[in-house]
Ligand binder design. Structure first.
Ligand code: HEM
Length: 161
């Protein structure tokens, strides 16, 4: 069984995944309500993964809002990818964590693709709704994963006492 000390890195990755996903969803809400969804361009070739044809656009107003949403996806991506790699490398026997972290990773990949389609289809309502639906599913998966990680940390703490 994993020791409490041994699960410290896993807990950072699990809690970081949950917190950063929550923050990204709030930023996504701001993208919608501020009308910044096509600030990096819409259906044209310059709108994704570039922003108005630039890697780093001029950051002000709606462009800053949309670009922050995209950039913060990188933070979520690092936590979720790190969580998945560490789980597959060291915690394969923890079935729930293996399942939740792998599902989180797959949802994240789907969400990044949907983000692209959202932009390319000029904020098609069906695609935007799917983007919101996958965001909710991803948040559920990372929270369930964090709860599962906490439960193995607590049980290993009890064994140590
Ligand atoms: C983990 C990754 C992501 C999450 C959790 C996420 C979440 C969200 C959420 C919750 C919204 C608000 C939806 C609504 O209220 O209807 C949103 C909006 C949006 N997101 Fe993301 N997003 C992610 C990645 C991306 C990426 C990589 C792009 C790339 C372009 C993107 C583009 C957009 C756009 C354009 C909107 C505005 C949609 C509209 O105005 O209808 N998202 N996102």
């Amino acid at each position: 069984m994993a020791s409490l000390k041994g699960t410290a890195g896993l807990r950072i990755l699990a809690y970081g995944s949950a917190l950063s996903t929550y923050v990204l969803i709030v930023i996504g809400g701001y993208v919608v309500f501020s009308g910044s969804g096509v600030a990096c361009g819409s259906s044209g070739p310059d709108s994704w993964p570039l922003c108005n044809g630039q890697v780093i656009p001029t950051l002000s107003g709606p462009v800053l809002v949309e670009w922050t949403h995209r950039l913060f996806t990188l933070v979520v991506g690092l936590f979720v990818l790190g969580m998945t790699i560490v789980t597959w490398a060291r915690y394969r026997e923890e079935r729930r964590i293996l399942q939740f972290s792998t599902i989180s990773f797959l949802l994240l990949l789907g969400q990044i693709l949907l983000g692209m389609v959202t932009v390319k289809t000029d904020l098609n309502p069906l695609v935007s709704t799917a983007h919101l639906a996958v965001a909710s599913a991803l948040l559920s998966a990372v929270i369930l994963n964090a709860i599962a990680v906490r439960s193995i940390s607590v049980s290993s703490d009890l064994v140590l006492r």
